[in-house]
Design a protein around this ligand. Structure first.
Ligand SMILES: C[S@@+](CC[C@H](N)C(=O)[O-])C[C@H]1O[C@@H](n2cnc3c(N)ncnc32)[C@H](O)[C@@H]1O
Length: 354
């Protein structure tokens, strides 16, 4: 434990200069700031005479030991290492360990109890990770028809747009203009790997293109990408330009039900992507109409709770498909994508419909 001197903050700089002049500062440790005091590391126990002379600057000065001083060469591995210096044990327990990284932007969920410490957490993330340039806090749920999450700026560069990379694909994302989740990264790649050359694929709720772009990068397919949010379609167009694609993507802005009618997309699709969990069930009629009469595949995403979510999602889509005069020929795959709430999963079912 290094020897240290505890001095009032207002005399801190004078004491530091004096210790430096007498070559008494311990350069192996960092000076620590507390609310009213500074803790200055010294390289040996000071004599009574030395202390008396320093007390002429600060009469309250005390000599002690400290095990909380950080080494000068301290390189934090995470925001938690940085926060250790400022947060109580309780606050450390409440601090989130994980967060979403989208390019050089981080979005973190800060609990209510740490509301007044949000900026400190934001700055700790910037200190710990040089690749992070901007930090936002979640300020509500993914909401509205466009499925955008409200966010609050915490620290760093004030920007909302970034470039996100996954599986060799680059995506321009603007976290305030359109839905995007890095948590679906495995799904984007999985569906691209299932897609084949010469297929006609319709992504009914395409967002900025995280399914359409990887598919078109991998295979020579014709993809119709539909979204009701003009902000999402504008970003999709940027993403089409940004990536070298084998396939062709045709962006359509509008309600998928209207787009399918207006652009004669009936009976065209070999494969349909339906990633609008919570509402996709209301659009199964559109999918059935768009799918080729001889059959095709639907990738259906839904939030499902209960004991057997795998069974529930297949039952839900099956019921809707049968209402539309078609049926499931086989179930290719059913999987949990991510936990969406306590005891609730975002699930995906890949089904062959005839
Ligand atoms: C959960 S997001 C998924 C976006 C994208 N597939 C992804 O994985 O990032 C759902 C998207 O559906 C769009 N949307 C909602 N209702 C729609 C509708 N009736 N027709 C077309 N798009 C719709 C929203 O704007 C949003 O971008």
């Amino acid at each position: 434990m290094p020897h240290c001197l505890i001095t009032l903050k207002k005399y801190g700089e004078l004491i530091r200069e004096e210790l430096d002049r007498r070559d008494l500062l311990n350069g192996l440790f960092r000076i620590k700031a507390e609310e009213t005091h500074l803790i200055l590391p010294v390289n040996r126990e000071l004599t009574k005479k030395e202390l008396t002379s320093l007390s002429k600057i600060d009469s309250t000065i005390e000599q002690s030991f400290s095990d909380t001083l950080l080494p000068t060469k301290f390189t934090p591995k995470s925001h938690l290492d940085v926060l250790q210096e400022f947060f109580s044990e309780k606050e450390m327990e409440l601090t989130p360990r994980s967060f979403d990284t989208i390019g050089d932007i981080v979005v973190i969920e800060v609990p209510e109890e740490l509301a007044d410490k949000k900026e400190i957490i934001g700055n700790a993330l910037l200190t710990a990770h040089s690749s992070i340039k901007t930090v936002y806090a979640k300020a509500g749920k993914v909401d509205g028809i466009n499925r955008i999450r409200p966010v609050e700026f915490l620290a760093g560069e004030k920007k909302t747009k970034t470039i996100y990379k996954e599986h060799g694909v680059r995506l321009v994302v603007d976290i305030t203009q359109a839905y995007f989740s890095p948590r679906l990264s495995e799904e984007h790649s999985r569906i691209a790997n299932r897609s084949k050359d010469n297929e006609t694929i319709v992504d009914l709720f395409c967002g900025i293109g995280p399914f359409a772009i990887p598919i078109a990068k991998k295979v020579d397919a014709q993809i119709h990408a539909i979204d009701i949010n003009p902000g999402a379609i504008a970003l999709l167009k940027e993403n089409i330009t940004l990536n070298k694609l084998l396939g062709t993507i045709t962006p359509h802005c509008g309600d998928c039900r209207k787009v399918v009618d207006e652009h004669n997309l009936e009976n065209v699709a070999d494969r349909i992507i339906m990633n609008l969990p919570g509402y996709a069930v209301d659009f199964v009629d559109v999918a059935c109409k768009t799918l080729k009469k001889e059959g095709g595949i639907i990738h259906f995403f839904e939030f499902v709770g209960g004991e057997n979510p795998e069974k529930t999602i297949v039952e839900d889509i099956s019921r809707e498909i049968e209402k539309n005069g078609r049926k499931i020929d086989s179930v290719l795959e059913v999987r949990k994508v991510r936990m969406s709430a306590p005891r609730q999963w975002q699930m995906v079912a890949d089904v062959v419909v005839i």
